[in-house]
Design a protein around this ligand. Structure first.
Ligand SMILES: Cc1cc2nc3c(=O)[nH]c(=O)nc-3n(C[C@H](O)[C@H](O)[C@H](O)COP(=O)(O)O)c2cc1C
Length: 332
């Protein structure tokens, strides 16, 4: 898949997830075979007001790519200025968020609010595209609510405004994460534009990824929640695409990934913050594993990266085994 002049060697990409797709996790999913990553959504206004905290969330200079930085906002000039700042850094592309339904975002006139104002979405996009040389992409939902599904109109407008690709989450903003993603709506939009469309929503297994890739007319697919605590899903999808089969993961391999993740977070945030963040991630890494609840209680009682690491070794080393979907996790 080509996004502007950027080659995405594997058309299965990691979805942006606020609080999760930070630099350490982006590295982890790239190591596991994702085709590209995106930062979480960043406020264009905060970037232009010189917020150090927001700037630190931009792609790191030495991180593997392709990586996009995602910005949101409702004012064309602020979005343009933020895009220029993003362009000056590591990001390979600038992604505009037109899908976030959270009030904090929509009340700025940005995110999913723009699904209700297609003209303004087009204006913001055209202003950004005119200002930068790097490819500009957009991430949208299929509409504001089920009565006003306008995904085809939105995709065409963004294409006309110059985006190099569009990612579509097959839900409306009002749905939040309830119901199921409407892949028929995604397919209609994919058929209506020439730019690559990346379909998104409810891909949880290699089977569903390959099915959507093959049946939706999308150039690529995007995986979100299923990759949290299971980044190896990207390798499995690749394997399933190439051979019709995919492997299992031993608990000792989960330990290896979790240890690398912890080490990268320690480098990025320092040991204290890394330990706190790892507690949250271990909730994902132990999802469905026997004795996981007891382990999660235990890790909340220790302080320091070393005792946490020791507990991780003990837990995964003791081979807590499988109670996930059959065939997805093997015991070591
Ligand atoms: C906690 C959470 C945070 C999210 N943050 C973002 C975000 O910052 N930017 C964005 O475009 N989408 C965001 N999303 C939406 C995801 O990128 C994706 O579209 C959605 O989860 C559907 O894909 P999935 O079913 O594979 O998870 C978020 C989703 C969740 C659950």
């Amino acid at each position: 898949m080509l996004i502007g002049n950027i080659e995405i060697k594997f058309p299965v990409v990691m979805a942006p997830i606020a609080g999760m797709t930070d630099e350490p996790f982006r590295r982890i999913v790239m190591e596991c075979g994702a085709g590209m990553t995106t930062t979480e959504l960043l406020s264009a206004k905060a970037l232009t007001l010189d917020s150090g905290k927001t700037k630190r969330m931009l792609p790191f200079i030495d991180e593997p790519g392709p990586v996009a930085a995602q910005i949101f906002g409702g004012e064309p000039e602020v979005m343009r200025d933020a895009a220029l700042m993003v362009e000056a850094g590591r990001a390979d592309m600038i992604d505009i968020n037109f899908g976030c339904p959270v009030k904090k975002v929509t009340k700025t006139g940005g995110g999913a609010a723009l699904l209700r104002d297609v003209k303004m979405a087009g204006r913001i996009t055209a202003t950004v595209v005119a200002a930068v040389k790097k490819p500009v992409t957009a991430k949208i939902r299929i509409g504001w609510d089920l009565r006003t599904v306008n995904v085809v109109e939105m995709a065409k407008t963004l294409e006309d405004a110059g985006v190099a690709a569009v990612a579509i989450h097959g839900r409306t903003a009002s749905q939040g994460y309830s119901g199921v993603a409407d892949w028929d709506a995604i397919a209609k939009a994919a058929a209506a534009v020439k730019i690559p469309v990346i379909g998104n929503g409810d891909i949880r297994t290699p089977e569903s990824a390959v099915w959507r890739l093959e049946s939706s007319g999308c150039a690529g697919v995007m995986v979100g929640r299923a990759a949290l605590g299971a980044p190896w899903i990207f390798g499995w999808i690749r394997s399933f695409l190439e051979t019709g089969k995919y492997g299992t993961i031993a608990t000792v391999e989960i330990l290896n990934v979790a240890q690398r993740h912890l080490a990268m977070m320690a480098t990025c945030y320092g040991e204290v913050a890394a330990m706190r963040k790892m507690r949250g991630w271990l909730g994902y890494y132990t999802r469905g594993l026997r004795n996981g609840a007891a382990f999660r209680r235990e890790i909340n009682r220790v302080e320091g990266i070393e005792p946490l690491g020791a507990l991780m070794e003990e837990f995964f080393g003791a081979d807590p085994g499988v109670i996930k979907e059959e065939g997805t996790v093997a015991t070591s």
